[in-house]
Ligand binder design. Structure first.
Ligand code: ADP
Length: 490
């Protein structure tokens, strides 16, 4: 099969969070299974160009319809760790992708509406005939709409679309003027409750809803979250739409790319290890302490890695930090927020704790440091309020770093409490709590720290059980192929 991924991120070249990991990891898995995969991304000025090989012009004069005219684009191609990517570069005063950052601009919906139209125009004009176009999140929600309303009649009649939702919180809510820009006329047709009309605001378009309505199949990134999106407020207003389209909706747990996340070969960590030689993991712990100037001490290191977004339970992250310091543990935080007030708050906390020998806050994005923290820490907290899949806990398991998570979304699908799970004992791999208050987090952290100090053998056993579990793309890769095969025949 020929699969064209279209997304706003792909690790490691343009990664903000798990979306980037998934686009890269799934593409690699599909290729290993003998499929041809190509990936289309915007050409951001802030990408990690040092990860792109053989960057070259692939299509010189692509004219993308926009309002009553067209925008001139250059399409570049390059190899990113073996994957073939195309980067769309528009030449227009809007300067859509030369902003020094990936997201966070007031014309966000216009940027990605343009990208969606451009991706299809490129597929058409370059003569590519992929069997499947796999789109991700709200940024590409208009692609299925455009394919089945326009491009199908101009040469892309055989393509089928799989649409994966990584985060229901961000849906791409926009005014109808976007339709004019991408040349979808008849606003009254699209602004209809059966199509793109937002379920709350009757005057607004909802890109993600369009993606759900028009795609041949829709997935989200864990079975538990598929249920939550339909039956709880975690669908952020799209529960009814998912219900209407329930026959083409399902949850597939994300995999982890073990080619990249593997403590046996990880180039970013100084000491490689397996579950059988954990002494090497502890040498990484030492290296981590040296790097971040933490005091050498007989204490566990507890870490948080991730975006500092309200979704992630910011008040619990902060509390986890102090609880660690009060209970003879060290704490490391690596994260940043697009919101200035949250970033300022964590900078304030960093300055306040500047003299503590037991904690380090690294505010920013640092892929290499993340690998060392996963390898060197003993435990990882993931206290999310909601979590469609979550990758950090899965990476933690792979690196023998025991996850302490809230029982929500993909966290509930992957982490099983050592003391209270209904899973057999050998499948338990971490600590789980239910509520969003401090006591809930404390009870799980207390049990983890206690076992670290008072039951080192059992703690090692827990580490080994986590490391032995297979969260690679093996299963999810097959699930996606089954979906592609299914929709190809429609
Ligand atoms: P989300 O997609 O909601 O951001 P996930 O847990 O699915 O959360 O994926 C997060 C990914 O981003 C992981 O690979 C994690 O290591 C990485 N990550 C998040 N924040 C940072 C950061 N500040 N520095 C380095 N890597 C980060």
């Amino acid at each position: 099969m020929h699969i064209m991924m279209v997304a706003s991120e792909c690790a490691p070249v343009a990664k903000v969070g798990g979306l980037g990991d998934v686009v890269y990891g799934l593409s690699r898995e599909l290729e290993l299974r003998g499929n041809t995969v190509e990936i289309i991304l915007p050409k951001y000025d802030c990408m990690r160009y040092d990860h792109i090989w053989e960057l070259d012009i692939s299509y010189k004069d692509l004219w993308v319809p926009w309002y009553q005219a067209a925008i001139h684009c250059t399409v570049w191609s390059g190899l990113v760790q073996g994957r073939k990517l195309f980067f769309i570069e528009p030449h227009s005063p809007d300067n859509f992708f030369n902003r020094g950052d990936y997201y966070g601009f007031s014309d966000e919906h216009m940027r990605f509406a343009f990208f969606s139209r451009a991706a299809l125009e490129f597929i058409l004009k370059s003569g590519k005939q992929p069997d499947i176009i796999h789109c991700h999140d709200w940024q590409t929600g208009l692609i299925p709409v455009l394919l089945f309303e326009i491009y199908k009649y101009h040469g892309l009649e055989h393509q089928r679309i799989c649409y994966t939702i990584h985060n229901f919180r961000h849906q791409g809510i926009a005014g109808v003027e976007v339709l004019q820009a991408i040349q979808l006329h008849r606003p009254e047709y699209y602004l209809h409750s059966d199509r793109l009309q937002d379920n709350f605001n009757p005057n607004a378009l909802n890109f993600m809803k369009g993606g759900i309505v028009y795609s041949n199949f829709v997935t989200t990134v864990s079975p538990q979250h598929a249920w939550e999106a339909r039956y709880t407020d975690q669908g952020y207003g799209l529960g009814h739409t998912l219900h209407v389209h329930k026959d083409k909706f399902g949850g597939i747990l994300n995999g982890l790319d073990y080619g990249i996340w593997n403590p046996e070969i990880d180039p970013h960590i100084p000491y490689h290890y397996t579950a059988n030689n954990l002494t090497e993991k502890y040498r990484n712990k030492e290296a981590l302490r040296n790097r971040l100037l933490l005091k050498p001490a007989y204490k566990p290191i507890i870490a948080y890695i991730g975006r500092l977004d309200a979704q992630k339970g910011v008040h619990l992250i902060r509390h986890g930090l102090f609880y660690s310091l009060w209970n003879d543990a060290q704490f490391i935080l690596l994260g940043s927020s697009p919101e200035k007030s949250t970033n300022d708050y964590f900078w304030h906390l960093k300055n306040y704790l500047n003299d503590s020998p037991d904690c380090h806050l690294e505010i920013g994005f640092n892929e290499e440091l993340a690998h060392l923290i996963y390898a060197g820490a003993d435990m990882l907290i993931v206290p999310s309020l909601y979590e469609p899949c979550g990758l950090t806990q899965i990476i933690g398991l792979r690196y023998g770093t025991v996850p302490i998570v809230r029982a929500v979304g993909g966290l509930a699908d992957t982490v099983f409490d050592r003391d209270h799970s209904d899973k057999p004992e050998q499948q338990r791999n971490g600590y789980v709590f239910q509520n969003t208050d401090y006591t809930a987090l404390e009870s799980a952290m207390h049990r983890a720290i206690d076992l670290w100090y008072n039951g080192p053998d059992q703690f090692h056993q827990l580490i080994s059980q986590g490391m032995a579990q297979d969260y690679s793309w093996r299963y999810a890769g097959q699930d996606y192929i089954n979906i592609y095969e299914h929709i190809r025949c429609q």
